[in-house]
Design a protein around this ligand. Structure first.
Ligand code: BV8
Length: 243
């Protein structure tokens, strides 16, 4: 049942919350998912942040707390082993903000939707910085703005709905796919609802690439994939990647 990966195959992997589910991290759209308790627009949009920054910081602080206690799982490790084998014929674009791919050892990772363990200032152009602090009561303010006599609220370094993804990330994905002799697009643990990530399968197909989905339930863009393997990524990936 292993995927066909030959010496001229380039593998672009797109992961979503499902690949971290076996690490105990809640997904978004499951019945007990993260969005169940919070309306998306209230906690994952710039409007929601400016309306109630304390609520948003509580939401992201709770996620920082659970991610800090989490361990990478066999699905993360299988993708590390594939990267080891393929080198620059491997690229991992993740929608996850939990950093568990890097913690497992993945190097060639694009964090399309940002990083939970980084903050940035919502006012000045100070670059994002590592920050695993929990802000459950006082709102974090930017020290650099204060030095300049201003005031800037810190925000999680996350791409919220209605915000653009990093154009460099999208350019790297496009270049990788265009350069591939034999392209395999592998999506893992994503419901295929969020764009532009959910459109990558169509780009891969348009370039003549093969497309495979590994997912526990049916995904919104499932019909776009050549092959679908139903089940947990921590179980399926090691055998599909024949590691
Ligand atoms: C943008 C940060 C434009 C929050 C997130 C067309 C083109 C462009 C944009 C749009 C478009 N159509 C609509 C839009 C707007 C919007 C969008 O896509 N809306 C959707 C809801 C319709 N897109 C945007 O706003 C994007 N921005 O394009 O802006 C622009 C351009 C220029 C200038 C200005 C603006 C921004 C999108 C990013 C939003 N931020 N995250 C946070 O993480 O806190 S999205 C959020 O959803 C998470 O990042 C998450 O990763 C992502 C996708 O969810 P999934 O990862 O798929 O998780 P989900 O729970 O849904 O599914 C999990 C799956 O795993 C399930 O299917 C389950 O079966 C499976 N599973 C569970 N366990 C396992 C498993 N599988 C395997 N093994 C298991 N064990």
């Amino acid at each position: 049942m292993a995927l066909e990966i030959s010496d001229n195959t380039s593998v672009l992997v797109l992961t979503g919350a499902g690949v971290s589910a076996e690490s105990g991290i809640q997904t978004f759209r499951a019945s007990d998912g993260l969005w169940e308790k919070h309306a998306i627009e209230d906690v994952a949009s710039p409007e929601g942040f400016f309306r109630d920054p304390a609520l948003v910081w509580r939401f992201y602080s709770e996620r920082r707390r659970s991610v800090s206690a989490a361990q990478s799982n066999a699905g993360h490790l299988a993708l590390c082993a594939l990267e080891e084998e393929l080198g620059d014929r491997f690229l991992l674009a993740t929608q996850n903000v939990d950093g568990l791919h890097e913690r497992a050892g993945s190097k060639r990772v694009l964090a399309l939707h940002g990083r939970l363990m980084q903050s940035r200032c919502s006012v000045c152009e100070r670059p994002p910085f590592d920050d695993d602090a929990l802000y459950l009561s006082a709102l974090p303010m930017c020290a650099r703005c204060e030095e300049r006599g201003g005031s800037g609220l810190l925000r999680p370094h996350i791409v919220w709905f209605g915000e653009a993804l990093d154009p460099n990330h999208l350019a790297r994905v496009e270049t990788f796919m265009n350069k591939a002799e034999d392209l395999l697009f592998l999506a893992v643990g994503t419901s295929g609802h969020v764009y532009p990530a959910a459109a990558l399968v169509s780009v891969a197909r348009a370039l003549g690439g093969r497309s495979v989905l590994v997912n526990l339930d049916e995904a919104g863009n499932e019909g776009e994939f050549d092959e679908v393997f139903r089940g947990p990524s921590g179980v399926l990936l090691p055998s599909l990647l024949d590691l």
